[in-house]
Ligand binder design. Sequence first.
Ligand code: SAM
Ligand code: SF4
Length: 341
Amino acid sequence: MVAPLAIHPSSRTGSGPRDAFGRRMNYLRISLTDRCNFRCLYCMPAIGMKFQPRDEMLTDEELIRVVGLCAELGFTKLRLTGGEPTIRPHLVDLVRAMKAFPGIEELSMTTNALLLGRMAPDLKQAGLDRVNISIDTLDPVRFKAMTRGGRFDLVWQGIEAAEAAGMTPVKLNSVVVRGQNDHEVAEMARLTIERDWQVRFLEIMPMEGVGMVYDEGLVTSEETQRRLESTFGPLDPVAADPSDPARTWRIPGARGTIGFISPISAPFCESCNRVRLTADGNLRLCLLRPDEVNLRDMIRAGASDAEMLNRIRGGVWRKPWGHRVAEGDRDTIRGMSQIGG
Ligand code: SAM
Ligand code: SF4
């Protein structure tokens, strides 16, 4: 384990349970399903992807109960993810129920946007504030290859529908993979010149099933930034919320911004304020560490709310510090779509 140096002052303040290092957790990322209508090459293996049996997943009632308990503990931000959250049945009802808990200030979703064209207005109306949309390339042929079958035109319609429904600011996530889309980062960044969007470049992580893609494909944020600056000149730094993992920049004169998310080359553990709920009902304390707290079995064994609250509080207290992925430690990492990216 990496030794904690100091936590960011922003992590000490606000609501939510504290971990043993003094960081407050107020942000819950919820994987609604481990299934997906794409097979992105950095997220799932080409063959042999295993999905969990449906009876191991949290039911709607179980999920809403856990979210309500987290709201009671002081969590204020929720993000729906997966797998692909838009394929979860009853999504609009889930959004409405989650947003109704007192204390939930922001509800957002990370999605591939394939189905967003038709779902955006209902989701917005139910209380979904914002979306982050994953799009790694603007070339429809490459898009199809990187997602193993995805339709670029429908995803683009989804982005426009999200913006039209008022789910702003629109943020686009692009995982940079050497030999796939690394030569296109300037084209992605160029979107921010005319649009008030944030284009975020993510370093690939070695999740289960995609270790080889990581080994061959990692492009550090520093390298991506160098590429952008060779096209646009020096980027201007932009002040951002300290708990946002993205370091934010702007092409001089652009309306939108560029973010770099660097879990490998510059981990952001000192300002981490988040834990995850896996689709099978485990509180996952760190994306890149194996520590989990099983909530599903406890619910199904008839635990009271007081017992559940204690389990969640105790789990957060044991949240680990840091990972050693850059040093080669990756034995215990589950698939991204199971944990919820
Ligand atoms: N299906 C939705 C989507 O793609 O936006 C939500 C789930 S996806 C797992 C969440 C985010 O994780 C996406 O932005 C995706 O690009 C990112 N992601 C998936 N695998 C990754 C990996 N190995 N390294 C870094 N980011 C990854
Ligand atoms: Fe599906 Fe998202 Fe993973 Fe792509 S990154 S396979 S869209 S879960």
